[in-house]
Design a protein around this ligand. Structure first.
Ligand code: ADP
Ligand code: MG
Length: 728
């Protein structure tokens, strides 16, 4: 067998299990590596503690002197845990996380060594981060960027480094990261949702958005991954015959977790628990070697940080177990890809989930208000929702019968559908006392606290209501949740603002009672946004037709989908809600276009290399063996050889056809790539990569995969699908 492949397989088979058991209850060591309220209380003076808490709750500034105190206590806490370095931890527009470690260690003026960490170092840093994408906001020679402490996300220790969550902004104030717009969006939703929640409860002073993500991923033996240049360089397989057995038997989903994977999971979860990531659920997913991890939901900013952190540490821990965690949305053709459901809800500071039905009609009117406003927001901004989950890698998943389609719709279940249709018939204008009683008793009073559809839900919907939260399912497994959370909270904030304006106007101008005004506005919203509600099969062809009739967008590729991000509608939205200005929006758009082109470009290069330098030489080798065989048969059988050697000669011919197919398609692809690279217009370039370069991938793959079926297994150089997906 090809030495590389056989060595990789041998290595995999020789793996010894690393048995890992959990020795303690998780509650005993939860967040032990986090400088949270509890450890702060222990280490900070009362004054400093209150100042930080105030900043967390109300966004107030922390005085420099206090910052010094906090820094010093943070250092002492960290040193007590064996920490030597600190870093400002941030989320640049690459989508990942970034860190640059500095030691506490310093030399004093007398040359004496000491450990120092002051308020200045805590509050602000200026990383030489000129190589991060900025979409032209920060010309390297003009304005520099700095990171600034975000006290709403607590500092934590990873390894021997104290990590301080920060935002990353230009000196001109523009956001250079994914976190700054998120924080602004969370501010916006707080402001608007609080105003609306106060219709129902005057004691509400803050509304928090919550996020519970579900991370899907594949685990493949490290040696097998390293033997595949496509996986190493692009995160997905660019060729490979699908395995005879894939997920048809559904025997992996929720099956017993293999022991090797279990010890990896335990170590990962132990690390998560120490870092305060409240991991709760683990299970096998649908595809072979695919798994899922989900924590208890948290305040959205923290949950976003925790997911970003998880995406980093999952790789490190997997590596210790000689495994590779693949976070790509579509690592393997023919079996399911991976997503990251974002479960979202809103909660008041007195602990009421605004998206959860309750026992009283008033509570249910509040629930309906937030529920219907969310639906209306999705209806109005469905195209932006689609745009926000677009990426070169997620394009392989959306709309390919395993993930939600590229059409955004909302699933709400039978019970709530019937409530909405009852509400649609609410009398226009003022309500008689009987009508009010009827509404309260027979419509909103009917909403059960626990909704049946919560269990029997539609898996094909990209945005589903699941009992007490909405579940945005189209988010990609590799994505930073900050972006989908920024958008979702912004559009709902905007919608709630409009709602409040309309309700107040009815109260002021027509002297409607509050609940009358609310009913009237909600009734109109239901009528207006009906078209986004869909309970049927989202994977069906009929839905595409129906959605087109309803005027819903269906943008299948990233370059098409993200155009709307720079539309006037988007600009108006973000600027009205103080989330992003025009410069920031345009910069992000540029960066995304560029990232798209680069990804496709890299994939094209890698595929060309494998096809030309791995597949063709192997095919030629095998062909030579066949030729030798045919020659031998001719010697033995003389004239009759043609009938005896027919199959071999046919094979020789077919191999040549595929070799020539690969060569011509690869050359044509290279030509298209060259053309695409010539243009400076990022939009055009991305479109060319999408429409002209990418289509060759499938064609080249077709020939390679055919050859894989013909060529002696012993000679085939690349680890095969069945080996990657079924060897443990
Ligand atoms: P499923 O796969 O059936 O959707 P999981 O148990 O895997 O269910 O995931 C449920 C997710 O929903 C978890 O991430 C959990 O934290 C999250 N979640 C539960 N309740 C809420 C809520 N009120 N707000 C936001 N997220 C929630
Ligand atoms: Mg889910």
């Amino acid at each position: 067998m090809s030495t590389f492949r056989s060595r990789a397989l041998q290595e995999t088979l020789n793996r010894k299990l690393i048995p890992i058991v959990e020795s303690k209850n998780r509650s005993e060591y939860f967040a032990s590596n986090v400088f949270n309220g509890e450890s702060m209380q222990q280490y900070l003076t009362k004054e400093a503690f209150e100042s930080v808490m105030n900043s967390v709750k109300h966004g107030s500034n922390i005085d420099r002197k206090i910052a010094d105190q906090v820094a010093n206590s943070m250092k002492n806490w960290a040193l007590s845990k064996g920490v030597t370095h600190y870093t400002h931890w941030f989320q640049p527009l690459t989508g990942g996380t970034a860190e640059k470690h500095d030691a506490f260690f310093e030399l004093g003026q007398d040359g004496k060594a000491l450990e120092r960490f002051g308020g200045n170092e805590l509050v602000q840093q200026e990383p030489d981060a000129s190589s991060f994408p900025s979409g032209g906001i920060r010309n390297t020679f003009e304005a520099r960027g700095y990171t600034a402490w975000d006290p709403t996300s607590p500092a934590f220790i990873y390894g021997t480094t104290l990590c301080i969550p920060t935002i990353f902004v230009a000196y001109t104030g523009e956001a250079l990261d994914n976190k700054t717009p998120l924080l602004r969006a969370l501010n916006a939703i707080d402001k608007q949702a609080t105003a609306v929640a106060r219709y129902f409860d005057k004691n509400v002073s803050k509304v928090n958005a919550f996020l519970g993500w579900e991370q899907e991923y594949f685990l493949i033996d490290k040696a097998l991954v390293l033997s595949r240049p496509d996986l190493v360089l692009t995160g997905r397989t660019l060729l490979g015959q699908t395995s005879a057995k894939g997920q048809q038997l559904d025997d992996h989903y929720f099956g017993s977790i293999p022991q090797r994977v279990m010890s990896f999971m335990i170590e990962l979860e132990t690390e998560c628990i120490k870092l305060g990531i409240p991991v709760k659920t683990r299970h096998n997913e649908v595809a072979p070697n695919q798994f899922e991890l989900a924590p208890i939901h948290e305040e959205a900013n923290l949950a976003v940080d925790h997911n970003a952190l998880l995406m980093d540490i999952i790789g490190k821990i997997a590596s210790k177990h000689q495994l590779k965690a693949l976070l790509h949305e579509k690592p393997f053709k023919g079996i399911n890809g991976s997503g990251k459901h974002n479960n979202w809800s809103l909660s008041t500071d007195n602990g009421v989930n605004l998206l959860s039905p309750g026992k009283t009609p008033m509570r249910n009117l509040q629930f309906l208000t937030f529920f219907i406003n969310t639906i209306k927001a999705i209806y109005k901004y469905e195209e932006l929702m689609r745009a926000e989950v677009a990426s070169a890698s997620n394009d392989h998943r959306l709309g390919s019968n395993e993930a939600p389609p590229a059409i955004m719709s909302v699933f709400i279940g039978e019970q709530l559908s019937s409530v909405l249709s009852d509400l649609e018939n609410v009398t226009d204008g003022k309500l008689s006392p009987e009508e009010k009683t009827d509404l309260k008793l027979n419509v909103i009073g009917k909403i059960p606290e626990i909704l049946l559809d919560n269990t029997d839900r539609n898996r094909t919907s990209p945005f589903a209501f699941t009992g007490n939260k909405f579940e945005f399912r189209a988010v990609g497994s590799m994505a930073n949740c900050a972006n989908s959370m920024t958008l979702l909270n912004t559009i709902v904030a905007k919608q709630l603002k409009d709602f409040k304006d309309e309700v107040d106007a009815l109260i002021d101008n027509k002297s409607f009672k509050k609940d009358e005004a609310i009913f009237n506005v909600l009734r109109e919203y239901i009528k207006e946004s009906k078209d986004v509600l869909f309970e049927g099969n989202g994977y069906g062809k009929e839905w595409e037709k129906e959605a087109a009739k309803r005027g819903l967008s269906n943008n299948k590729t990233t370059p098409e989908a993200i155009k709307v991000k720079v539309s006037k509608k988007a600009m108006d939205l973000y600027s009205e809600m103080d989330v992003m200005n025009e410069t920031e929006i345009k910069a992000r758009y540029e960066i995304e276009l560029d990232a798209y082109s680069l990804r496709v470009q890299i994939e094209g290069r890698v595929l060309g290399d494998i096809a030309m330098n791995h597949v063709i030489p192997t095919a030629v080798n095998y062909q030579n063996i066949l030729i030798k065989n045919v020659r031998g048969l001719k010697e033995v059988f003389g004239k009759e050889f043609e009938s005896v050697a027919k199959e071999q000669m046919d094979l020789i011919k077919r191999i040549s056809e595929h070799i020539s197919g690969i060569t011509s398609k690869t050359n044509a692809m290279v030509d298209e790539r060259k053309k695409a690279n010539k243009t400076d217009d990022e939009e055009k370039k991305a479109a060319l990569y999408c429409k002209k370069v990418k289509p060759f991938f499938e064609e080249i793959r077709y020939h390679c995969d055919k050859l894989e079926l013909m060529i002696d297994d012993e000679l085939w150089p690349l680890v095969k699908y069945r080996e990657m997906l079924f060897t443990r």
